[in-house]
Ligand binder design. Structure first.
Ligand code: PLP
Length: 427
């Protein structure tokens, strides 16, 4: 016999937890002596810049080497943010004014924002019940003005890359993987970010590893690396990078104008030490995620989880629960908050194209540039152009899984979710 239904904290019952869960900043919550020591060495060497100074320690180089080794790619480039990394990747591909780039309807503002920064315009493709890009939605939005596809594994769950890449290859369109939120995620055993032409990562506070800010670009293609390195550094490819990667560009004919998106040595130092902790963080999150999911499946036979094209590849930083309606999701989150368990929907419960500046194609430029390019098929956004995203985002609720969760925490989270599901008759 199940024990008697407990009263919701919302209705004056005892909360499932006496205090809130630890904050879900996986990298930041394990930041400590190691990061401090390496950053201190950089500062004491008076060499915070990667390419010259009294005695540069090569911290950014070391981060790039770790990424290349662990991700199994021949090129990695540290940059200032993932937004920068997206712009650099787009420019490496030569994308700009008059081009369209496919972006999933569910992503952070930075993905379409970087497309606009690159002077191209985003075209939005729908998602499936994984909340990631639906491979079968691609054909509907591809035309010959589309010059790249950006995939975004949301909150640690991989994208279905095989069918996505098949469509992309068929049309000869390159793929950028925006792995900002999902470092460590894999698809059929391969690291997310290494399956398309380029992969980009974030080291901002809210991501898996962090130095407060930071980003990286990876690729297998020498020419794309060279163009990325050039764009991120004022149109230069430094002799150090030419030598390290055996690059021999012709500066008369290959050079183009770039920007400054260089990573600082202080950032690099912190991230090398964060990288050393990545495996442990993912093991902890994965283990808690799987345990929580198993316990909920046993206790709540009707529960529906976020789907995944490869459950083994999910890093477990969040557990996605699909509620029957948006209204039920709202009641669930409210009841969970009273139980002292965080549960949230993403991005205000709306597709990214519904933010006013994107929806109305307002940029900082004159005449809506670059949306005013003379496209053969003009870009028009409508509220319901990605109906599955509209339906799914407001009812997909995420429970963050901190790497610090104990078995006792997991027990309390399970009890809280079970209590709320049963009281509200959600499964
Ligand atoms: C956070 C995020 C970015 C931007 O990363 P920054 O390092 O903050 O610029 C890009 N894409 C996605 C999907 C993100 O979640």
């Amino acid at each position: 016999m199940e024990k008697q239904l407990e009263k919701l904290a919302l209705d004056g019952g005892k909360p499932a937890r006496s205090k809130p869960l630890p904050p879900n900043y996986p990298g930041a919550v394990v930041m400590g002596e190691e990061e401090a020591a390496y950053a201190e060495r950089v500062i004491r060497a008076q060499s915070p810049f990667r390419f010259y100074g009294a005695n540069p320690l090569g911290a950014v180089d070391a981060l790039e080497e770790r990424m290349m080794q662990d991700l199994g790619v021949p090129y990695a480039l540290g940059v200032t943010s993932c937004t920068a990394a997206l712009v650099v990747a787009l420019k490496a591909l030569g994308i700009g004014y008059g081009d369209k780039v496919i972006v999933p309807a569910v992503t952070f503002l930075a993905t379409p924002g970087a497309v606009v920064c690159a002077n191209a315009v985003p075209v939005f493709a729908d998602v499936d019940e994984s909340l990631n890009l639906d491979p079968s939605a691609l054909e509907r939005v591809i035309d010959d003005e589309v010059k790249a596809i950006i995939t975004v594994p949301i909150l640690g769950n991989p994208c279905d890359m095989d069918p996505i890449l098949a469509v992309a290859r068929k049309h000869g369109i390159p793929v950028i993987e925006d792995v900002a939120q999902s470092l460590g995620t894999s698809y059929r055993g391969k690291p997310a970010g290494t399956l398309g032409e380029l992969g980009v990562y974030s080291f901002q506070m809210n991501k898996i590893l962090t130095a407060g800010e930071g980003g990286a670009v990876v690729t297998r293609d020498a020419k794309l690396y060279e163009r990325a390195a050039r764009y991120h550094d004022q149109g230069l490819v430094r002799p150090q990078l030419k030598e390290r990667f055996g690059l021999q560009p012709n500066e008369e004919t290959d050079a183009f104008v770039g920007q400054n998106y260089r990573m600082s040595e202080v950032t690099g130092a912190i991230l090398v030490e964060q990288w050393n902790k990545l495996e442990g963080l993912i093991a902890a999150m994965k283990s808690s995620h799987r345990k929580l999911k198993r316990q909920l499946e046993e206790r709540l036979p009707g529960i529906v989880f976020r789907s995944s094209p490869d459950e083994d590849g999910d890093i477990g930083s969040n557990l996605g629960l699909l509620l029957p309606t948006a209204e039920a999701a709202g009641r669930f989150m409210q009841a969970m908050a009273a139980e002292n368990i965080t549960a949230h929907t993403l991005y205000g419960g709306r597709p990214v194209y519904m933010v006013p500046q994107l929806f109305h194609q307002r940029t900082a430029e004159k005449d809506s540039f670059p949306f005013n390019a003379p496209f053969k098929n003009p870009i028009r956004y409508t509220e319901d152009m990605c109906p599955r995203a509209v339906d799914l985002i407001p009812r997909m609720v995420f429970v963050p899984i901190s790497p610090l969760l104990t078995d006792e925490d997991l027990e309390e989270v399970t009890e809280g979710i079970v209590k709320v599901y049963r009281s509200l008759r959600l499964a």
